[in-house]
Design a protein around this ligand. Structure first.
Ligand SMILES: *Cc1c(COP(=O)(O)O)cnc(C)c1O
Length: 435
């Protein structure tokens, strides 16, 4: 596989951009090799600067549930752009997107648009603190909520990939207010409530974890969080930036039937343009400026191009059978990976929900980040490189989920599984002692 063009671009990028990338995990630090500079995407496929084609399971890290360069999204964005790219004044498109979100998620009675998932979680936490008059926040080990200062503790995604415990530049005074519990461990949450209950403003959780690899909530976990929060007067925040419109139209809250007080959205709601949102109970959202005193603002919030892309995406996701199709595709991918791994005696634990999936080089079960970290990263590295070489583009980290789109076809999955057979054969040859 030719990589000369990507290599040259990467060398050039590093002279102007830290690490040559605008978000850390893009740099292939965990897997080695040269990050592919992409020039084009269409449907389930992407092409790099050397002309190599890949089946893509990154989908811009989640937003592209309709696939790359979807004609409907492009049409909507072009039409919006023709009328002007930004006004900093209200537009009807913002109402339409807000309505679309409200109808899909009944717990979201009012919703405020922002430009990134990070802004959504940061704002939701500010609101939770304001509404409760309390200062502490409980988050789960391995969950990632964007790069908000107080949430950059025991965080997943790139923080986990790079093995960074937190981040320099975040004062201890901020993280002292963050309480950590293991995912899927209600007893630990209960202990935290016993200790800090009076001062816990909220629990924030990825209801299906996707930033420590894919880890599903165990039965009763989300319900348990709901009742612990209710018992202590704390708010429950579902960070559905990844899972919203991804694991079901109504997100994980619809899939598991648990109603959060506040919900954070991003990724799919922007349809591949920068848009995110936070919303929830009307009484809580009524505290946001200008209705209330909790300040939050944004120059490009509700940007018309992003609203148009998001709206087209969410409307298309109303179609019947869409989530069944996405889930069947995710299931086909992980079943294919499982059987290919089994052929070579490679231990693999997989999971999927709607249009997201994951796999660990671990015999399982994987119910927390502690378990996820025990997976064989050497095996992932070999597997990732072998898949990339065969034209399958996975997230370059063992601690990320994979995403399918409505543009993935059975032949894409077949090609992926065929590539996986060869990749697992290579993994099986790694000496057991090497870790
Ligand atoms: C991606 C992600 C974020 C951060 O969103 P950005 O748009 O990258 O700031 C927050 N929470 C979760 C669960 C995410 O997956």
């Amino acid at each position: 596989m030719k990589t000369g063009a990507s290599k040259r671009l990467f060398a050039r990028a590093r002279k102007s951009i830290p690490g040559g990338v605008n978000s850390p995990v893009r740099a292939y630090g965990a897997v080695g090799g040269v990050p592919r500079f992409l020039v084009r995407g269409k449907g389930a496929h992407v092409w790099d600067a050397d002309g190599n084609e890949y089946v893509d399971y990154v989908g811009s890290w989640g937003p592209l549930i309709l696939g790359h360069a979807d004609p409907g999204v492009l049409r909507a964005v072009r039409a919006a752009a023709a009328n002007g790219t930004s006004f900093g004044a209200p537009t009807e498109l913002e109402i339409e997107l807000a309505e679309e979100i409200r109808f899909a998620m009944p717990a979201v009675e009012r919703v405020r648009m922002v430009s990134s998932g990070t802004e959504a979680t940061m704002s939701a936490i500010r609101l939770a603190r304001a509404a409760t008059g309390r200062s502490r926040v409980l988050k789960f080990d391995g969950c990632y909520h964007g790069h908000v200062d107080s949430l950059l503790v025991a965080a997943g995604s790139g923080v986990a990939t790079l093995g960074i415990p937190g981040s320099p530049g975040v004062p201890k005074a901020f993280t002292n207010l963050t309480v950590i519990a293991p995912f899927n461990d209600l007893a630990a949450v209960s202990d935290a409530f016993a200790r800090y209950g009076d001062d816990l403003a909220c629990v924030i959780v990825e209801p299906v974890a996707g930033n420590m690899g894919f880890v599903a909530p165990e039965p009763g976990f989300l319900e348990g969080l709901r009742s612990l929060c209710d018992g202590a007067g704390a708010l429950l925040i579902f960070d559905e930036v990844m899972t919203g419109f991804r694991v079901a139209r109504g997100g994980a809250q619809a899939r598991y039937g648990v109603r959060p007080d506040l919900t954070c959205l991003g990724k799919v709601v922007g349809g591949g343009l920068p848009a995110a949102a936070y919303g929830g109970r009307a009484d809580l959202m009524g505290r946001i400026a200008p209705d209330g005193p909790v300040y939050q603002a944004g120059t490009l919030s509700g940007n018309p191009l992003a609203m148009a892309a998001g709206l087209e995406t969410l409307r298309r996701l109303r179609a019947k059978g869409v989530y069944e199709r996405l889930e069947a595709c995710s299931e086909a991918v992980v079943r294919g990976l499982e059987s290919a791994a089994a052929e070579h005696g490679v231990e693999l634990t997989t999971g999927f929900a709607g249009g997201m999936f994951g796999f660990f080089f671990h015999p399982g079960p994987v119910r927390s980040f502690e378990d996820a970290k025990k997976s064989r990263t050497d095996r992932f590295k070999t597997f990732f490189a072998a898949m990339l070489e065969q034209g399958v583009y996975l997230a370059p980290s063992p601690f990320e989920a994979g995403f399918v789109s409505l543009a993935h076809r059975p032949r894409d999955v077949e090609a992926t599984v065929a590539a996986a057979r060869k990749a697992f054969a290579r993994v099986a040859r790694i000496p057991v002692a090497a870790r």
